[in-house]
Design a protein around this ligand. Sequence first.
Ligand code: DGJ
Length: 749
Amino acid sequence: MIQYDEKTGVFHLRNEQMSYVLQVVRGRYLMHRYWGRPLRAFRDSRPFQQIDRAFSPQPAAYENERTFSLDVLPQEYPSYGHTDYRIPAYEVRLKDGTTTTELFYKSYEIQQGKPALPGLPASYAEDNEAETLLIHLEDSKGKLAVCLSYTIFAGTNVIARSTKIENSGTEALELLNAASFALDLPDHDYDRINLWGGHASERNMERVPLMHGIEESASRRGASSHQTSPFLALLRRDAGETQGDVYGFALVWSGEFSLKTEVEQFGTTRVVGGINPFEFRWHLEPGESFQTPEALLVYSPEGLNGMSQSFHEVVRHHIVRGKYRDVVRPILVNNWEATYFDFDDAKMDNLAACAKDLGIELLVLDDGWFGKREDDNSSLGDWVVNTGKLKEGLQGVAESAHKRGLKFGLWFEPEMVSVDSDLYRAHPDWGLKAPSYPVSFGRHQLVLDLSRADVRDYIVDSVCKILDTAPIDYVKWDFNRHLTDAFSAKLPPERQGEVRTRFVLGLYDVLERITQSHPDVLFESCSGGGGRFDAGMLYYMPQTWTSDDTDAICRFSIQSGTSLVFPPITMGAHVSVTPNHQVGRVTPMQTRAFAAMMGCYGYEMDITRMSEEEKAEVRSHIALYKKIRPTMQLGRFYRLLTPFSGTGNETAWEFVSRDGQEIVLIYFKTLATPATELRTLKLEQLDAAAEYEVTSYSPARGLSHDGAGNRSLSLEGKSFYGDELMYSGIEVPKIDTDFAAYMWVFERK
Ligand code: DGJ
């Protein structure tokens, strides 16, 4: 998969879908040459044109060659201050206060498989699944040694990149910036897609033409955040869901990040991504090194759906680990929106009894079971059961769920400390804060200083103690505020710039220890919903609570946006009560259920209060879901319509089982419209020559337009060839009702 031509200095990373080409030029500089559809060979049909560009200076060795400047050279890991004025991939401050360094190519290695990144989440692969190119660069004065890592996977359009920077000199230096990757694309005829959001409104897709100058999506919050996502796509102007060239970038990192594009004066586009350099400093003594997080780079000639397929594949098979990786996840009921903090053994047992009757498989006890926590003002850090609420302790509530035939799950928020807690009273210096300024609060809590080993040990010990003393099958790991005043009482002044990064590295250490010592527990990460929905967290915990907004209509966009990078099996999605607790909307149960069936399905409402009629409907939804669950969770997923396309009023999702035998198609129309266009849905990725039978059809219930009843266009029991379903499509029966949801299930004959 990786070839090196010594004569030309060309490295060609190639698989069946893609080529990525770099070249060592002048024996020194690492140039980006090509990334796109696979090439048989790279023979340089498009040689780099050197032109004398005014105000683009020459490095010393090329003083008399005015056509050569780093300012215009397409590069793979550029520096600043030494003839290139574009965004650099790295910056260091040397002991003498200067920031100029010069990285030259030194050597390369090719390895089978994928080396791990110590202390970091990263993609992994068997030896026959991937090949890795390591390129060693060194500073011309010997002050830095840099290793660029490129892994190409067999059979998927992904390159994983990361960088290690070592102080190879004799004096300490400050690393000011260390991107995971950089590259220069030859033109700028792209749109840019960002995922923006907020709490309870995560991952909205925004598509804008790429502009000249620098544009950035970034988090400065100490977490990947609800507000932005560590993801960026560049797509050709004519590219859409199913066609056109798309380049996608996602970071395997849960902290603050930056993904920048720079369209420079001559129309090329630089892309740089990694830890946000804003506030980042890392002190390197001689011999010390810094390993950046990994970036996943995807090329898709098949539009956004093609890009998502590659991200989904790499996340499912090369990021998520452990026994739940390829296993369907349990249907759960979570007591948060059912009881909030007001629960006891009896309420939990009632929920369990009702859950079992409905076909639910896992009971989750959310916030409020520890310390003296009656609201969100106290007790984080005091991981001791509140026997006022749970008389028999966690053992009691877990065992009563088990007796009813359910699994039992528990909520934690281990990275935090409430000011009103025994932990804070005992260790006021364990929270992140500035030494001489007042602290800042979020939900009356402080973020623990995870750069400290004693704090990390406390978290690991207290969580493991609970997991080892009560029979707990599932953990929801929450994180409900962002970092402020990120200073550590333990680190010297010259290392305070490391705290925000060390916090995330500390979190990874804690997660590795807890999850590896409890391989049977299913972990779901959460940060006030989807505030840390990133590939870094998924390396430790195979699913994430997608949003605190459980309204089905809001979930159309939240889940569609999330699916750009993450597969449905990673998304927690629950049916909740109406009027909805976040937006007050009243929607049909079927709409709420079909929206939640896209992800790891569950209920987040007081199921004991449902009428018998509602319970019967829920039973039928759960029975249906259990039948289609392998397709929904383990199959392939395609967006046909999203709230980000067209009028925004329709959403359609298609799920295809791994063996292609079952197809589930779900369609939602948000608001009924008069004089409406009729909707045809064209299915994706079927076998044109195979026959598919419609084995189940769940229409929306409402006023049928033709008076013939809403089953008038039912295809149930009929069979069609794949080509007809893909190219002619199926017709959605028009119904006059808001929040309409439909589902068709097809079986290949
Ligand atoms: C935020 C989570 O997203 C909710 O689901 C719930 O667990 C609350 N925290 C509890 O405080």
